[in-house]
Design a protein around this ligand. Structure first.
Ligand code: CA
Length: 217
């Protein structure tokens, strides 16, 4: 599992990032000041560090040098939004720079992009004889290609990312269709039915009464 360290002194922002990255299948750790971050970095290795700049104890610029020395990718997530700030951060070696306030979707996309560039994204997962490759967007069962539509594929990836978690229909719909859930459940339910059938996962994709679906692993 990909491990991400969130270095952020504002609890609300830290929680927001944590909840959303966790929902996308990342394992998150939080440090609320520079000293705590330095201690964690000394003891552990991470696949990515999300780094605030204005922090108590030790600031983000100082921490960046240490993290880069370890070879870990870094995204600055900061209120320092001028062009000079961005140039400074990137020149210092940050892999990306995101200015607060930000949309959570943009953060997720940037996290994915930086991990991909660092060669750390998990691109292939095998479950119950089904191999899903998120880079080539192919699905194979016992070596045979299975033909999935774009939405069926995205739905499968979300179910796998959230395996063993009961996903509400509205959340699942919004993750896959990228639009607000109207309350009309037929589209999603029909896609689930087809996915179950194509993969032979009738037993694995559970219907959770009044909630939605869960991939049971
Ligand atoms: Ca701060």
């Amino acid at each position: 599992m990909i491990k991400i360290l969130i270095v952020e002194d504002e609890k609300a922002i830290s929680n927001l990032i944590n909840v959303n990255l966790t929902a996308h299948g990342y394992r998150c750790f939080c440090a609320y000041d520079g000293k705590e971050a330095a201690d964690l970095l000394e003891e552990n290795t991470y696949d990515l560090v999300l780094l605030d700049i204005m922090l108590p104890e030790i600031d983000g610029y100082e921490l960046l040098e240490y993290v880069k020395y370890q070879g870990t990718p870094v995204i600055f997530v900061t209120a320092k939004g001028t062009l000079e700030d961005k140039i400074k951060g990137l020149r210092m070696g940050a892999d990306d720079y995101l200015v607060k306030p930000f949309q959570i979707g943009e953060l997720i996309a940037r996290v994915e992009a930086v991990l991909r560039r660092a060669g750390k994204a998990e691109t292939e997962i095998t479950l119950f004889g089904v191999t899903v490759n998120t880079e080539s967007r192919t699905v194979k069962k016992d070596g045979e290609l299975i033909d999935l539509t774009v939405k069926e594929f995205d739905l499968l990836v979300e179910l796998i990312r959230n395996k063993n978690v009961a996903l509400y229909r509205d959340r699942l719909y919004e993750l896959v269709w990228n639009e607000p859930f109207s309350g009309e459940t037929r589209t999603l339910d029909a896609h689930i039915q087809r996915l179950r059938k194509k993969l032979g996962w009738e037993e694995h994709i559970k219907t959770v009464f009044r909630i939605g679906y869960r991939l049971e692993v």
